[in-house]
Structure formats: C-alpha cells, structure tokens
Ligand binder design. Structure first.
Ligand code: MLT
Ligand code: ZN
Length: 447
C-alpha cells in the first residue's frame, strides 16, 4: 500500500472497509467482492505507475469507472486492487474543425454531453445512466443505449485512445485520424474488451450534430410483430429517426407504480414503441406522416415540446430503476436477429415458467437491434436456472447472450452459447499475449 500511496497520495488509497464498500458492490446489489484497497489515480502516468507497482507485488487489478455496469465487470472477485478511474476528469474544448473532443476516462456521459451541446454538437451515445456512467466504462464495455439506431455503439464514437497496457506501458493514439490503415485496429480491440486487455485513460470522441428540433411519439402496438414490422417503413421514411424503444404492459405498470406516472393511454395495450426523430426542420410532421397508416397501430401520442418529450421518455427510461425497486432481478441483455424478436418474446414466458413458476418477466429494449433486456423478478434462488433457460432460448434463435452490457462475471459460464470454441481460444490467445500474468480484471470474460 505504501508504494501506491507514494504514487497517488495516501488520501487516494482507501483501505477502510466502510469507505471501500461502495466500490465493492455494484449498484444492482448482485455482485460483490472485497478489494485489498481502492486506489484512485488522477493521471495516465499515475495509472501506469499503479499498474507497474501491482505487477511488481503480484497483485491483480479490477478496473472501475462509474460502477453502473450490469454484469459485475467492475467489481472485484476478491483480493484485487480496485482501481477507480473517476478522478480522470480532464475534458478538452470541442475541436470544431474535426467535430471531436478529448475526454478523460472518468468524465461522465452527462458532462461530456453538456460540453458537446454547449458547442452545438452532441454525443452519439446516450443512455439512462448518463449521470454516473463514465467515458472509460462506456468504451471498455462498448456500451449501446438508445441512439444505436442512428449512430452505432460506443466503439463507433472512438477516434483515439490512451491506454495503459498490463505491464504498465502506455499506448496513445489521440490525433483523431478518421482514416488510419496502419495495421491492426488496437483501439477497436480495446473497446469492448471490458478492461481485460488495457486500462483506458482518455478517449478522443467523435461528436455528432446537435439537432434541436425533436419529435417523440409513444405508439401503442397490437403485438411485438407489429412493432417490428413498422420499423423498416420508419427507417425509410425518416432519415431523422434516432431511437425506437420497445416495452410492455408489465414494465409500464412498474414504472407507473414507482414513478407515480399517469397512464399514457385510456386502454392497456400489448406493446409500446417509443420513437424519436431529430433534425433541423420539422420532425413532428414527418413522424406523424410516417406512423399514421402503420399496420397494427392502435393508439399514439406525439410530443413536440421538451416537457412532453421528457414525460414520454420517462415511461421507457424509468424501467431499470423501477425494476430494482421491486427486488433484485435476474438481469439479462440479449439480442436476436430482428425477425426472431416476436418468437423470442412469445417463448420467454413459458420458458421462464418452466424453470421457475411464479417468476415475473419484465421485458424492454432497443427494437432496431433486436436487443431485449429480460429482467426476471421473484425467481428466489433459481437465478442460475432462469439465466440458463433464457440464454439457451436466445442461442437457439441464433442470438447473442450479451447484446450491450458485456460478459463481465455474470455471463462467463454461458460464453460458449454465443462464441465457438475457436473464437474463445482466439480471444484467450490475445489475452495471454497482452496480459500473460493475468493482471487486469481477472474473472471477467474468461473463467
Ligand atoms: C437500458 O437500456 O435501459 C439499459 O441497458 C439498462 C438496463 O438494461 O437495465
Ligand atoms: Zn439497454
């Protein structure tokens, strides 16, 4: 501990168990593990020195950003040094010429968005945990969120990285080159590697235009199939389409219960699709024209003012917190080819009931990517059985067991459902080549 205190200052090495506790458990309360200490470096050089000191002592490191992850990837298994990157908050001015900005790993998404918006730009990725989720964590997990339809996931927003390698050496490509054909895409590899290959300390982020004219519609649909079927027409008619989010009556009921929200429609409906358009001119007129003749549309509300839009988004964005307010759920994040989405939704309930009668499934997600968040409440001590049954169903539909939350610790036993043994061997070979001592994030991604 003395070596770490010499690097970051003793006030940034936390050993008291009460102080460490908030870092050692994830916010969903599902993953916990004790760290020998929490170390909070403030610069890339300090991160590198901390890594070298840990390697010298044979200590392993768990890397943590805003601790908003949903698969336990930022929480120690037990016995690691927990390196929190929340002090890496340096944030550059927006570079207008390139539409880019440089952000430290500990900058939260909300702060990054504010910086971009002040300069007339925006960030391509957005998600409900924006006030706590950090840039480093977003890149490390290749986070998705609610704008993937238009701008892609976090990896697509990365034009440069500085990262500390597992031996304490540093790679830095921060020129923000839009084109760079000089060999392997190391930034692309580190993005989404969940802290197993390198510690990201700063990111050159691509910015997107800020569209002030926005329109949001909540569509009541007759079925999942109708919600899926309406999408190609919306994408074709609306170049300004930015989000298409799906949820169902049980999730809406929870959100209303915990948020005290009014019913969006006089009747309850089978499926709800929240869509958002944003552009420079008149997205409301375009959105109305695009949805009015959609098959399977039963009712609709459209908001063209900010407070009305916030009210509609609340039905979707409050899902995660409302579910957690009910209890500790089994939280799964899966994707299937979009044509298989109705089949997945149809089979989920019987499959879950088959292993855990009485469990409640709350399902919502990002329909364009075939990405559903399957949250199962009241599953008692059958978390593993429920997980296994749902993930096998997803694999039978050619889906992914983790769409946007990563593998972390939670999905490790099921990785083989989504990746062939040759793929897993290749990933292991990369891990061994870059981190032969297994210093970074042990127990994450691989058993
Ligand atoms: C979301 O889309 O809201 C997030 O992925 C969070 C969640 O799955 O709970
Ligand atoms: Zn999501």
């Amino acid at each position: 501990m003395k070596a770490l205190a010499d690097i970051v200052g003793s006030e940034h090495v936390l050993v008291d168990s009460d102080v460490k506790a908030s870092y050692e458990t994830d916010w969903t309360q599902r993953f916990t593990g004790s760290a020998v200490c929490v170390v909070r470096p403030g610069t890339t050089d300090e991160v590198a020195a901390v890594v070298r000191a840990c390697v010298a002592e044979g200590l392993r490191i768990t890397v943590q950003g805003g601790n908003t992850g949903l698969v336990g990837g930022g929480v120690p298994a037990g016995g690691e040094v927990l390196m929190s990157l929340t002090r890496l908050t340096a944030l550059g001015d927006v570079d207008r010429a390139s539409s880019q900005v440089t952000a430290g790993a500990g900058v939260t998404l909300a702060v990054l968005q504010a910086r971009a918006r002040d300069a007339g730009f925006d960030v391509g990725v957005d998600l409900a945990a924006r006030d706590s989720a950090t840039v480093g964590g977003l890149v490390a997990t290749n986070a998705g969120g609610i704008r993937v339809l238009r701008y892609g996931s976090m990896r697509q927003q990365v034009l440069g990285l500085t990262a500390v390698m597992p031996d304490g050496s540093v790679i830095s490509r921060m020129a923000g080159l839009e084109k760079d054909g000089t060999g392997y895409d190391l930034m692309g590899l580190i993005a989404g590697s969940e802290g197993t290959l390198a510690v990201i300390t700063e990111v050159r982020v691509r910015l997107v235009p800020r569209y002030r004219a926005r329109a949001v519609a909540l569509l009541a649909m007759s079925s999942t199939a109708a919600a899926v079927a309406v999408l190609p027409g919306l994408r074709a008619a609306l170049p300004s389409l930015a989000a298409a989010e799906l949820f169902y009556a049980p999730g809406l009921a929870l959100v209303r219960k915990h948020g005290g929200l009014p019913a969006p429609f006089p009747e309850e409906h089978e499926a709800y699709l929240l869509v958002e358009c944003a552009d420079l001119t008149d997205p409301t007129t375009q959105l109305v024209a695009a949805v009015e003749s959609a098959d399977g549309l039963v009712d609709a509300r459209i908001a063209d003012d900010a407070s009305g839009q916030r009210a509609l988004w609340a039905y979707r964005e409050a899902h995660t917190e409302s579910i957690s307010a009910e209890g500790v759920p089994v939280k799964l994040d899966v994707s299937v080819p979009i044509t298989s989405l109705p089949a997945l939704v149809e089979q989920l309930e019987p499959v879950i009931a088959g292993v855990c009668p009485g469990a409640r499934a709350i399902v919502f997600g990002h329909v364009n990517e075939g990405n559903l968040h399957v949250n199962v409440l009241d599953s008692g001590d059958l978390h593993e059985e429920v997980t296994d049954a749902v993930l096998r169903l997803v694999a039978s539909l050619d889906g992914s067991i983790s769409s946007e939350h990563g593998v972390g610790r939670a999905k490790v036993p099921w990785l083989g459902l989504s990746r062939s043994s040759t793929e897993i061997d290749t990933m292991r070979a990369i891990k061994r080549a870059l981190d032969p001592a297994g210093t970074l994030n042990p127990g994450v991604l691989f058993p």
